[in-house]
Design a protein around this ligand. Structure first.
Ligand code: FAD
Ligand code: SF4
Length: 526
């Protein structure tokens, strides 16, 4: 049995959380031998959701490498492994023990990204009896409260407006105070479906042997989802590898990032996406350096890596990513209770197995279980779209998204899931619900040709379930979306859809509603 690790005396204890692996933080600028940095693998963190096994391994693997890196730089690190007998598996209890055993006279931490940890650390700090220093993570381009202040008094936070502010502030793709190319947004050039025979470059995969870590997680009884080849773990675990992934993206993928951003392929799971979200979310890469690298790649080869490609990418990071963080801190904790449509349905069991005849859903779910990854359009317009059309409770949807993806941390997961994907916030993030029938999935991908269901049929025995559910969703939510309490502007955005619905003959509408009811009654068998 392993011996408990006893930390040596120290003047100051500083906590480094698992998503605070930034190499250039001010803390690391000076080596101080009386400062002890503390890192912990804890059941508190493995058990607050059913995480994908690759997510658990990626976090612990990256934390271990980071601790090693700090030691090599001369810093003192106290690292509690999951099986250390001194590990109480609880953040506050561990910190209390370490403070007592080291005799430290001060405690420091970096602002956590989650409300859960923020509150826990505030409580601990208040009762610790020692002076406490709170540092910024120095990762984000905005402060926690900035977006809330920008849109103070507004019911909706307009991402496009926020994005312009961010472009001006960072100077990215700007000429003075004007956007390069004369436009802020080039989306109309983007978003195409590639021909079926199109083969994107393969995703860059790493090859770590994490069998020892996998055995530890298994032995400890941590409940996980998904699968892993622990002998060949594919995700980046340190800064060097994260930089290699960024370089690979800029060289091989960025030139078609925007063009095929929304495309879905049954054969290529990563398409032209960067797969940088894990590295960024644990802060191995900073958002600014990622954008600077992409813009530099554009300047070096503007004919191949055109402005619309790079603008689309930069917008995801200084726009959407920062924006979601701002929404999180402006709206939590009440955001986590929001359920605008009053949805109550449980998540179908096949979300955990991928056993469904809907090929687009099967592919997105099995891909997520295999890779701990799905790209944005699969998350939004396939799994998220289905959950919203079917009326699944946002708590259940959140639990699934928070567990399954390698990059899932609450601040960016819940805002995307409850906000953007489920419209459970009633329209803080999105201007209208992101829903579609099978036609959109067919337009953006090649799944329908091989599906048991017929994308062109709406009510027959083998009709694509997205079709009737799409109309069922609109019919049952007419009052909520366009009634007297509707958001201003909703009529403009959704009026066309409702006009199409009400123009249908009554019998057609009834057939769609009956079909929708039947699908929902048999949801486990789709
Ligand atoms: C329902 C749902 C749940 C999501 N959950 C998460 C999550 O838990 N963690 C997470 O990091 N992202 C989440 N996203 C956003 C987005 O899908 C992922 O960031 C992206 O798929 C990560 O893959 P990538 O690095 O290949 O991204 P790319 O498509 O290559 O985009 C580049 C980068 O832009 C940023 N980005 C793009 N879109 C968003 C967005 N909507 N919000 C925030 N950042 C964005 C990410 O940092 C991403 O790495 C979610 C989206 C939806 C619709
Ligand atoms: S037919 Fe419908 S269920 Fe099947 S792949 Fe197409 S959109 Fe998905």
């Amino acid at each position: 049995m392993q011996k408990p690790t006893e930390p040596h005396p120290a003047r100051l204890i500083r906590l480094v959380l698992g998503d605070q692996l930034a190499h250039d933080h001010t803390w690391w600028h000076r080596v101080e031998t009386d400062v002890l940095y503390v890192m912990m693998e804890m059941r508190q963190e493995t058990d607050y959701a059913w995480h994908h096994i690759q997510k658990v391994l990626a976090f612990f693997g990256a934390m271990r490498r980071f601790a090693e890196h700090l030691r090599q730089q001369g810093h003192r690190v106290h690292y509690l492994t999951l099986d250390d007998p001194a590990n109480t598996q609880d953040l506050v209890q561990n910190l209390t023990c370490i403070l007592a055993s080291t005799g430290a006279q001060g405690f420091g931490y970096q602002l956590p990204d989650e409300v859960r940890l923020d509150e826990q650390l505030k409580r601990f700090a208040a009762g610790s009896g020692v002076p406490v220093e709170v540092a910024d993570t120095e990762h984000f381009l905005t402060t926690r409260s900035e977006l809330g202040k920008l849109f103070a008094g507004k019911k909706q936070y307009l991402m496009e407006r926020f994005y312009r502010v961010m472009r001006e502030r960072t100077g990215l793709l700007m000429l003075g105070d004007q956007p390069i190319g004369g436009q802020w947004n080039f989306d109309h050039n983007n978003r195409q479906r590639p021909p079926i025979e199109h083969v994107p470059p393969p995703p860059l995969l790493f090859d770590h042997d994490l069998r020892h870590l996998y055995a530890l997680v298994e032995r400890s009884g941590v409940r996980t989802i998904g699968s892993v080849d622990a002998a060949h773990f594919p995700w980046p675990l340190d800064r060097t590898e994260s930089l290699a992934l960024l370089a690979y993206f800029c060289t091989h993928l960025l030139h078609r990032f925007g063009t095929y951003q929304d495309a879905m392929s049954p054969h290529h799971w990563a398409m032209y996406h960067a797969r940088l979200s894990f590295s960024m979310n644990v802060k191995l890469l900073s958002p600014m350096e990622v954008c600077v690298a992409a813009v530099a790649a554009h300047h070096a080869d503007p004919d191949r890596i055109t402005l619309p490609q790079v603008e689309g990418f930069v917008r995801q990071i200084i726009g959407w990513r920062e924006y979601m963080r701002g929404v999180y801190w402006a709206q939590m904790p009440s955001f986590a209770q929001r359920n605008f449509f009053g949805h109550e349905r449980p998540l179908p069991a096949w979300f955990w197995t991928g056993r469904t005849r809907m090929v687009c859903m099967r592919d997105a779910i099995t891909g997520s279980l295999t890779n701990a990854y799905a790209h944005h359009i699969q998350r939004l317009m396939v799994t998220g779209n289905f959950a919203l059309l079917a009326g699944v409770h946002p708590d259940a949807v959140d639990r699934w998204y928070l567990g399954i993806y390698i990059d899932a941390i609450e601040w960016v997961e819940i805002t995307n899931t409850r906000g953007m994907s489920q419209f459970a916030d009633g329209g803080i993030v999105g201007t209208k619900p992101y829903v579609s029938s099978g036609a959109y999935i067919n337009k953006m991908g090649h799944h329908c040709a091989g599906c048991y269901y017929d994308v062109n049929d709406r009510t027959g025995a083998k009709a694509c379930p997205f079709n009737a559910l799409y109309w069922h969703f609109h019919a049952r939510n007419h009052e909520r979306l366009l009634g007297p309490d509707a958001r201003p502007g909703m009529m403009v955005r959704m009026g066309m859809t409702y006009r199409t619905w009400f123009k249908m003959p009554t019998a057609t509408r009834q057939a769609l509603l009956d079909k929708g009811d039947a699908l929902l009654a048999n949801i486990e068998d789709l």
